[in-house]
Design a protein around this ligand. Sequence first.
Ligand SMILES: N[C@@H](CCOP(=O)(O)O)C(=O)O
Length: 430
Amino acid sequence: MLYHSTNNPDHRVDLKEAILRSLPPDNGLYMPDTLPTLGEEFWKGWRDLSFREIGHAVAGAFFGEDVPEDALREIVDGTLEFDAPVVSLTPDDHILELFHGPTLAFKDFGARFMARLMAWLTRDEDRQLTVLVATSGDTGGAVASAFHNVPGTRVFILYPKGKVSGLQEKQLTTLGGNIAALEIDGTFDDCQRLVKSAFLDRELSERLNLTSANSINLSRLVPQSFYYIHSARQIDRTPAFVIPSGNFGNLTAGLLARQLGLPVERFVAATNINDVVPRYLESGDYQPLPSEATISNAMDVGAPSNFARMQALFGSSWEEMCDTIDGLAFSDEETRAAIREVKETLGYTIDPHGAVGWLAAKAWRTAHPDTPTITLETAHPSKFLDVMEEELGKGSVEIPERLAVLADREKVATSMSADEAEFKDWLNGQ
Ligand SMILES: N[C@@H](CCOP(=O)(O)O)C(=O)O
């Protein structure tokens, strides 16, 4: 399979180049030349398949031409060592819990798959791989966990100072070994800009053998499409998916699942006040803005990188995107009220990101009462302990042991400005 840049269909590379180089030199994003579908045979029996069997089929459809079946099965099985259960709050209101992995966020699916695929792609090489990743909260921890102690790799995580939760920060800054954190005096968008600037510097990128673990890397998205199929098979009617969104990788993965043949009534992009995409869907005008800090911090993204892929999937047609995706945005006050309402009326503890999704699902179902929604609960509530305890009271959220043990560990991070030259100087010295 060949992959092309969203900025230039004539710039085409093979799988290894697309995954390891991550970003085309023209600052586009890689897309497969042919978007695969799963055949009739798969869709005849899909409701009876296990999560792993779905993973084998989807990974095979995307990567089967380039990676042997047994290697791909091993990559998928190693990724899916935990489930993504659906919890039904009412017959129409379903929550897809994506936080049962090692770092308690949906990013574990993508990061674990990517680490294993990269290990396979570089199995005959002895050059050190340098993984760069920008995070607004959850990606960094998942990538750190997936690559920790992987021989021949080192990971540099850029995160915005003071803009991730306390426990998220511990996940980024306490592992040590081959994982290093850079605390950037700026926003997530600054972190993402710095990472991209390193990739666009071909000399630096070649010399350090840079690769990206953000969702600009296609290998992050494919495994995320597994759980759309896995959850939809558990609901008796065709659902609408509601996706709390920041960089829009998760929604793009849903679009890939639909492209594979999954019946989906609608996608609903749910955001906090960083509502660039809902405003685009409303007006047709795409205006990235500097991100603003909110209590659903992982979604504090002002220039969502996967928007380019979304546009490519709809042939750059605003009308066609609007036929498939709705957008809704909510404030922190509304999110806080939703956390309380979900607990009081449905007995479920939902994190701030899931709460934004739940609000969008509720509003959307009011206009479409016959369609059930599946809302992606992207992270465990304990990752946002301060907010949860402000709304639900002290001790209201149980902290899983794997997160609780981090609380007393010492944070180790290098402080840095959001200046490209300073960042590149630092990288050059590594
Ligand atoms: N929401 C992310 C931001 C990075 O986005 P990604 O899609 O590139 O992983 C986070 O939690 O860090």
